[in-house]
Design a protein around this ligand. Sequence first.
Ligand code: SAM
Ligand code: F3S
Length: 441
Amino acid sequence: MNLASYYVETWGCQMNVLDSQQLAGVLESRGLQPAGEPGTADVVLLNTCSVREKAVQKVLSRLGELHKLRLQGGNPKVVGLCGCVAEQEGARLLARSRVLSFVLGPGKFKQLPGLLDEVEAGGRPVAQGFVGSNRDYDASLIVRRGGARQLVTAIHGCNQHCTFCVVPYTRGREVSRPLADIVAEVRQLVDGGAREVTLLGQTINAYRCPASGADLADLLTAVGEVEGLWRVQFITSHPAFFTPRLIAALGQVPRLGSYLHLPFQAGSDAVLRRMHRRYTSQEYRELVAAIRAAAPHLTLSTDVIVGFPGESEEDFQDTLRLVEEVRFGQLFGFIYSPRPRTPASRYPGAVPRPVAGERLERLFQLQEEIQLSLNQGLIGRTVEVLLDGPARRGALWQGRGADNRVVNLPPWEGIAAGQLVRVAILAASAHALFGERAAEG
Ligand code: SAM
Ligand code: F3S
């Protein structure tokens, strides 16, 4: 079997985006070249997400489509299942899909060349699990896409065991990377043209350098000092892991982005307890107040789950109340989805789907109003924007401010992705700002 080209499909979060870039790098180190589409690739990797909704069915239906492609044109010759569904399902999916060649969990990326050898020899191998602190992360192997905006892992895995969440089972125990490695990687990225770096971790504020014991405040400071960087961002923070030192750092670190993702999940203390989130809604409110006192310029965003088992209308009202009070700049809302092995999947009190759907609608409607009013409050301001490229539709270009807000503006001659420009905001919708390039100075 001559394997010369590859295509990686990415589902899910930014960690998966970065993982796909590393999978691409491992394949390129074995001599494979990127293909433009799955039908022309010898090897297709599905880098999957299992956080919500029928993850396995989605994978099976995509495998069915790839099987049809193969019957039509011969490619892809090899299909690999990677990411969180791979870790969760392992060999089970090999038995359910003939097109699937191998299964590779997020802790075993470097075994990919060996797996391809085994496939060429007629095998259907499975590589899963996590060995101690060895997460097969190799910055030198990552094929960086994204130009001026780059992702860097700070912590692998998660130790939290929120009762709804599958991540601790699919990404293993927490392992922080050494601070010096992270800073060296950021420096290299900035030398290569990066302007914004987002540090990744499921509970990034639990970061502890294994060599020095440095915490996230130290890490942000060290990264913020990298010459040539515009902004350092970090996701995701867990409300139970903020120290006074970290809160103070939010107002002091040079080049820190003004965007803080702080999921609260639910406004009812009874639901938070059953979720095992380790804070009450009052503690969350106090944390927000402390953060805003230390860093008033921050825009907060959050994740919310509706329809958690046993969630009553009153519980949901608590969620709406918290959203109304905090006024998040952005909110990601999800209907609770039972995940394999998680404690909540065995909880009684399932909320009927139509009820959960209607709650999500009401949540989104409230958030839409808040976002519109916050965004309209920015009309007349001038903001710095890192340009990403042409907007998907129309003639405008698009970028993001340091607070992660999308900004649209008309292009000019010489406009390029990765440019930093000052933009005068002229109009706003709930989801974007609109403006024009401001005069320099
Ligand atoms: N580590 C982050 C944190 O501390 O919140 C979140 C990681 S999780 C991959 C991203 C978001 O997906 C969560 O914040 C939660 O809102 C949502 N999520 C996770 N499991 C879910 C489930 N079983 N059903 C619905 N939403 C879920
Ligand atoms: Fe999931 Fe909770 Fe960790 S949401 S990723 S178990 S902090």
